[in-house]
Design a protein around this ligand. Structure first.
Ligand SMILES: Nc1ncnc2c1ncn2[C@@H]1O[C@H](COP(=O)(O)OP(=O)(O)OP(=O)(O)O)[C@@H](O)[C@H]1O
Ligand SMILES: [Mg+2]
Length: 246
């Protein structure tokens, strides 16, 4: 059974069809890339999964169960975490407190549900610190995000998503604004993650090196889906990218 299934989803903005009967299946533990030229519908698809955008038709299934009235605040209990394009960090809260915001799934249920009071607080802090450590930014825990270079702030945003230990991590253009070295570090990091990842990304090289499967969108339609090798060799994909570049 797929962890996430997008089934025949159509999204319209007025007269514009941003997604047209798009289907994508994401398997547990895999990295699934969503690529396509500008305006192809990548962010729209991301927003549908995150509950920001309501499709005109089609359905979403998580672990085989169809979602009804899907909203952004349902994501945590579905075991889905996301980072957004940009950072979304609170400027006046410490790095550690920013990461703690992501831990509330555990605070209210699951592993941490049986813990109470100060013990719970301490355990959550330990989790958040562990997430920061795993991304190499623990030394910045008490700093304000603004004190960190952009690449490190991106890691803090990622730590916040990881601290909830989601089964699915949704990343929209995580490499935007990163240097080449930082991009390579990100590839290694994503490869090492235990959960499934949906990666919306412009950088073809990053997508090709990190993804198990790739879905290619063009003008709101799926034009190819398969392994990186298959997608790279697909003439429709080459044409879509060449057409967009000219
Ligand atoms: N809120 C909106 N209202 C109207 N049109 C929208 C809205 N959001 C997106 N669109 C349009 O829908 C289409 C798909 O946009 P989307 O942002 O999903 O593309 P994308 O693949 O993420 O592009 P990019 O690579 O530039 O990020 C575009 O034509 C865009 O102009
Ligand atoms: Mg986009």
């Amino acid at each position: 059974m797929s962890l996430l299934e997008v089934r025949d989803v159509t999204v319209r903005f007025g007269g514009l069809t941003a997604l047209s009967e798009v289907s994508v299946a994401v398997e547990p533990g895999t990295v699934h890339g969503i690529i396509g030229p500008n305006g192809a519908g990548k962010t729209t698809l991301f927003n549908v999964v995150c509950g920001f955008t309501r499709p005109a038709s089609g359905s979403l299934l998580v672990r085989g169960v169809e979602l009804r009235d899907h909203r952004p605040h349902h994501l945590a209990r579905l075991g889905i975490a996301r980072t957004l394009q940009g950072l979304g960090l609170f400027a006046h809260s410490s790095v550690l407190d920013n990461v703690l915001v992501g831990a509330d799934r555990h605070a209210s249920m699951g592993v941490w549900g049986s813990l109470i009071g100060r013990g719970e607080e301490a355990a959550l802090r330990a989790r958040a610190m562990a997430a920061l450590e795993s991304l190499g930014v623990a030394e910045w825990a008490s700093a304000l995000p603004g004190a960190l270079p952009y690449g490190l702030r991106k890691r803090v945003a990622l730590a916040r998503a990881l601290v909830a230990e989601p089964d699915l991590l949704m990343l929209d253009e995580p490499a935007a604004g990163l240097s080449e070295v930082e991009r390579e570090e990100l590839v290694a990091l994503i490869r090492g993650l235990p959960m499934a990842v949906v990666l919306v990304e412009h950088h073809m090289d990053l997508v090709m090196s990190v993804c198990d499967r790739i879905t290619v969108l063009n003008f709101g339609r799926v034009i190819a889906t398969g392994s990186p090798e298959a997608v790279r060799a697909d003439p429709d994909v080459a044409e879509a990218y060449l057409g967009a570049a000219s």
